[in-house]
Design a protein around this ligand. Structure first.
Ligand SMILES: C[S@@+](CC[C@H](N)C(=O)[O-])C[C@H]1O[C@@H](n2cnc3c(N)ncnc32)[C@H](O)[C@@H]1O
Length: 293
């Protein structure tokens, strides 16, 4: 677990491209943010909010320079009150049901319905509690293919976050899973979750960008690969995905905004995949793709 953020810096500006560029530029600040978010305001103003979280006071001069360079309003820098965020989120976070899966925090252990596959995930600095439409879409896609009788003999979860998807696969099939993430903190969280869910004999966590790890390469090809990362990285990964999914195997992709889905489908079609199923959960599309045999 990493240090909790104690400062935020927030601004608004016009245009998603500008907002993404400003968010990226914030990552290069010193001290560096523990996380940066870019969101469209829901007030029809067309404005985007860019916010960073910091564990120490951010560089106010650096932020002022960035807001001037990107045409953003002045950053509002605030010290966060002393809140035990993890305890707060734990209290707020309700369990999520997705097909046969039930994602819950330890404080809700007594709410696990009989017959459901429990995934115990604590509030943490990693993504993947089941609440987001992308995670939900992947869990439902996994549930659906398992209902069809698919048994994946080996699985990779690229961009595992909390390892929610890797653990879901490991709980329904007694087969090896490699969970990878580019982010060291996410890998630590994933390992802790794998241990807490008692699947450490099956789920191996590695820090890697895409498939770039010897353990992923030696375990390839996989019967099933999850990748809930964004459109850009997904398209960049299409060729590697094609080499890493066994003929007749599946890729479950998410992190795709609904209007971006056709572009991702085209990239994967060129790499030898066809669409088995396309689902939308809120703004997000999940694709289940079949690798040609
Ligand atoms: C949206 S979260 C998904 C987490 C979880 N798999 C889920 O479905 O809830 C994306 C994760 O992918 C990781 N990531 C982003 N790009 C990556 C890449 N090229 N290779 C590996 N991991 C990546 C991020 O660090 C983040 O933890």
């Amino acid at each position: 677990m990493t240090d909790m953020p104690t400062w935020t810096a927030l601004t608004t500006l016009e245009g998603k491209t500008n907002a993404d560029a400003l968010g990226e530029a914030m990552e290069a600040l010193t001290p560096e943010p523990t996380g940066v978010g870019v969101f469209e305001l829901e007030d029809d103003s067309g404005l985007w909010e860019v916010g960073g979280y910091f564990t120490e006071e951010p560089d106010r001069a650096g932020l002022a320079l960035l807001s001037a360079m990107h045409g953003a309003r002045d950053f509002v820098v605030s010290e966060l009150p002393e809140v035990d965020w993890v305890a707060h989120v734990k209290r707020e976070l309700q369990p999520v049901e997705a097909g046969r899966f039930f994602v819950y925090g330890a404080h809700d252990a007594d709410r696990l319905p009989q017959g459901k596959v429990g995934l115990k995930i604590e509030a943490s600095m990693a993504f993947g509690t089941g609440h987001h439409g992308t995670t939900l879409g992947c869990l439902l896609a996994l549930d659906r293919i398992a209902n069809q009788g698919v048994v994946a003999r080996n699985v990779a979860d690229i961009g595992a976050g909390t390892a929610v998807l890797a653990m879901a696969a490991a709980k329904i099939w007694p087969n090896p899973v490699i969970a990878s993430d580019i982010d060291e903190v996410a890998c630590d969280v994933a390992r802790a979750n794998v241990h807490a869910n008692g699947v450490e004999d099956r789920v191996h966590v590695v820090e890697a960008a895409g498939f770039d790890h010897p353990d992923l390469k030696s375990a390839s090809p996989f019967d099933l690969v999850f990748a809930n990362i964004l459109k850009g990285p997904l398209i960049s990964l299409a060729q590697d995905m094609s080499e890493s999914v066994a003929p007749g195997g599946r890729a479950i992709l998410s992190g795709i905004l609904n209007p971006q889905a056709d572009e991702v489908i085209a990239a994967y079609d060129a790499a030898g995949f066809s669409v088995d199923r396309r689902d939308e959960h809120g703004d997000w599309t999940t694709l289940t793709l079949l690798r040609s045999a």
